[in-house]
Design a protein around this ligand. Structure first.
Ligand code: NA7
Length: 320
């Protein structure tokens, strides 16, 4: 707010206001929409790093909880009245919501965020959505005089909590440079991959590999169990082989215990395989392994009564 009155007095564009504010040691205000498994810890890390925050979440209690935690510890967190009310106060706006319909609702629904953002401010979307939606947002942001990056993340809730996410970014280099003080608070690696939509394309490709790896692991575990060999032995061998991969460290223990607390929920992986298949279809590309894996994830999603991690794809073989 101090920055704003300062800027208004001198007739400065908003993007220059915050550059000046950084130089005098003040941090820009970040609007943060979507305080789910990923967004909750990300917002808290920004508050801890001293960014004034305005948070909004569809289920208001989650926003109030983040604001409540800031009381008495010197963090500046307020709850926005709506996506629009949150965006109005932001130098940077970050969204991280479930899927394309959720993002469309937040941006263009009643009191949508895009109406609130002012010229010169920067909008970063870290949800995983389609590259087409990212390009549509990019076009509208350009028309409104806003900077925009699609910047989906990987790293799960662990990465979000530790501030060690990896960002896959689509957009202009100059916009990314300006956004770095914010993104570097949340992540350890930032990859600029092309124009708007490129971050989403690479994210969908990456999640496709993770989905297939975890499913292949579940199939291999089912296979050894038919011959009475404990899954632990298979994992030991894999860890010493060329099949060694991060999913063995993170997901195999869950599959062996048959316990699936959500770090990356299966419903979201299901959405990402669908988005990857839709993207492939647009380009007349056939992805047979992805299509087969989608049916498996779909069957587990339909039969699960809880909200499990995507490692629960292993349930497909437990049932049969
Ligand atoms: P979560 O934990 O399922 O959180 C999803 C968030 O999206 C949460 O804040 C939801 O609000 C919000 N949401 C969902 N639908 C809507 C609509 N219609 N309008 C507004 N807000 C909505 O997901 P993660 O945090 O793990 O992941 C978020 C994204 O990152 C996702 O794209 C992943 O693929 C990657 P709620 O609290 O339910 O009211």
């Amino acid at each position: 707010m101090i920055c704003e009155s300062f800027g208004a007095e001198f007739g400065l564009e908003r993007e220059y206001i915050w550059i000046l504010s950084l130089e005098v040691g003040m941090k820009p205000t970040v609007g943060f929409i979507g305080l789910g498994l990923m967004g909750g810890p990300m917002a808290k890390n920004l508050a801890k790093a001293g960014f004034p925050l305005v948070v909004w979440n569809r289920t208001r209690e989650k926003a109030e909880e983040v604001a409540h935690e800031s009381i008495g510890v010197g963090f500046d967190v307020k709850v926005g009245a709506s996506p629009r009310g949150t965006a109005e106060k932001a130098d940077f706006l970050i969204t991280i919501v479930s899927d394309p319909p959720a993002l469309e609702e937040v941006l263009w629904g009643q009191d949508g965020a895009l109406e609130g953002l002012r010229r010169g401010s920067t909008y970063i979307d870290s949800s995983t959505v389609s590259p087409d939606l990212a390009r549509k947002i990019g076009k509208e942001c350009a028309e409104r005089g806003l900077s925009y990056l699609d910047a989906p993340v990987t790293g799960g809730t662990w990465g979000a909590e530790k501030g060690e996410l990896v960002f896959m970014v689509g957009g202009e280099e100059e916009v990314l440079e300006r956004a770095k003080p914010v993104l570097e608070t949340l992540g350890k690696r930032i990859f600029l991959l092309g124009t708007n939509g490129a971050g989403q394309t690479v994210k969908l490709a990456m999640n496709l590999i993770l989905a297939l790896q975890v499913e292949a692991l579940a199939e291999a575990l089912a296979l050894v169990s038919t011959e009475g060999i404990p899954g632990e032995r298979l994992i030991e061998v894999l860890q010493s082989s060329m099949a060694r991969a991060g999913v063995l460290d993170v997901k195999a223990p869950l599959m062996l215990k048959n316990e699936f607390p959500p770090s990356f929920p299966l419903r979201l992986m299901h959405k990402d395989i669908r988005l990857a298949l839709e993207l492939a279809k647009q380009h007349s590309l056939t992805l047979p392994a992805a299509a087969a894996s989608y049916s498996t994830y779909d069957a587990v999603k339909k039969s699960s009564k809880d909200d499990p991690d995507y490692a629960a794809v292993a349930r497909f073989w437990k049932k049969s």
